[in-house]
Design a protein around this ligand. Structure first.
Ligand SMILES: *Cc1c(COP(=O)(O)O)cnc(C)c1O
Length: 404
């Protein structure tokens, strides 16, 4: 094999992330490197900031942490939590558990707000938490729990937290670019996200947005944040101010993310979100028509970017994924943590959020299940009906959604 040919060329990544990267973005990755003090770098960072603000729905400082989504999580919690602070973390899946563990490592006194995996945290639970503990300061939630495919609504909780003078941290790693995050509308104080899921950019840069009051709290800490690399107040201040240079900017990743965000802006966020919503509904309709059961029951509670489906009894998880990979060059994700072996996670997001990919993954899964002796029907007709439907709740959906 030619050394320049990757071994899995053409693999279609329809799992929980990363997703495939468009040519335009890959080319941006090969942009010439800029020196730390080049004014062109400052304008690149300014454009990044503006586009991030648009897609995250905020007028407040937006920037990126050099690291993956987990680095964003760590930076957010490390800066907002002082040792001894009272923190409530919503746990309804694997990433909620990760957030809780991290809040503990930051020295927080952590109260767990629980829901069954696949469920969501009720605003009443947050209200109760403030009633029980008037010293509660920080509330942390996962908007899109990719381990279960559940969507956490934020609006009511955001205003509740604000009314108690608390600070809301939100994980938007798999939702940014695929559905509204609404940082300002939902009164989110610190929001971190990921580049490699619905934005279809390379992993390694975590978008972040901070409210003015969150930055003020970070600056007013009684003990300094125990990290220089993740000093968020400084990173926010230093964004685009090259003389402050907190670390060497990963220029290639900035260029790629910028190109990915330009693609979002060209399509328009509303159209893009509608495209994701419709593709997810089509995928769900197809899976259900095949006789499969989605992990999250109510359609309104499902994440728009990643869908979890139960593995039917008697079917080999690994064999099905192997069949899909070798027969169709398609990758779907296994279950995480306690859901390993129980579900598959299918992500149709970013540049992969295409009608033909919805049909492809349904076909691949059908073939793999039939090969295992599971008597499933076809999901294609049900999915196509949704893809063609001109539903009133997606007024900005592209007319030519079926034209891949
Ligand atoms: C993927 C994911 C993360 C982790 O992001 P990395 O980029 O893998 O570090 C965190 N939270 C959620 C909800 C995710 O889906």
């Amino acid at each position: 094999m030619d050394a320049a040919t990757p071994p899995c060329s053409g693999r279609v990544l329809l799992g929980a992330g990363p997703s495939n990267i468009e040519e335009r973005v890959l080319r941006a990755l090969a942009s010439p490197i800029l020196a730390n003090g080049d004014p062109a770098l400052a304008s690149l960072m300014a454009e990044l900031q503006g586009l991030l603000q648009q897609v995250m729905g905020t007028v407040h400082p937006a920037f990126v942490i050099a690291g993956t989504g987990t680095a964003g999580m760590e930076a957010a919690l490390l800066n907002l939590i002082e040792p001894g602070d009272h923190v409530a973390v919503g746990v309804a899946g694997y990433f909620g558990e990760r957030m809780k563990r991290m809040a503990e490592l930051c020295g927080g006194r952590v109260m767990q707000l629980s829901a069954p995996w696949g469920g969501r945290i009720d605003p009443e639970q947050v209200a109760d938490a403030f009633r029980e503990d008037p010293d509660l300061r920080v509330v942390a939630l996962v908007q899109g729990e990719t381990s279960t495919g559940a969507l956490q609504p934020l609006a009511e909780i955001g205003s509740l937290v604000r009314a108690h003078d608390g600070f809301l941290v939100v994980d938007a790693v798999p939702t940014i670019g695929g559905q509204p995050v609404g940082v300002d509308a939902n009164a989110i104080d610190v929001c971190y996200a990921g580049s490699q899921k619905a934005l279809s950019a390379p992993a390694g840069v975590a978008p972040m947005a901070c409210s003015a009051r969150a930055l003020a709290r970070m600056r007013g800490r009684s003990c300094p944040v125990r990290s220089m690399y993740f000093d968020v107040a400084f990173l926010a201040e230093a964004w685009g101010r090259l003389e402050l240079c907190p670390h060497t900017p990963p220029v290639s990743l900035y260029c790629a993310l910028l190109e990915a965000l330009r693609i979002v802006a060209e399509e328009g966020a509303a159209r893009r979100f509608a495209r994701h919503r419709r593709a997810q509904r089509a995928l769900a309709a197809g899976l259900e028509a095949m006789g499969l059961v989605l992990y999250v029951d109510a359609p309104a509670d499902r994440l728009w970017t990643v869908t979890a489906v139960r593995i039917p009894p008697g079917v080999s998880d690994a064999e099905v994924r192997r069949h899909i990979r070798s027969g169709f060059n398609v990758e779907i994700s296994e279950g995480l943590g306690r859901l390993a072996g129980q579900i598959w996670r299918i992500g149709v997001m970013g540049s992969n959020c295409r009608p033909d990919y919805v049909l492809l993954v349904l076909t691949a899964l059908e073939r793999a299940l039939l090969a295992q002796g599971f008597p499933c029907g076809s999901g294609l007709a049900a999915a196509e009906t949704v893809l063609r439907a001109d539903t009133e709740d997606t007024p900005n959906a592209p007319e030519s959604l079926l034209a891949a």
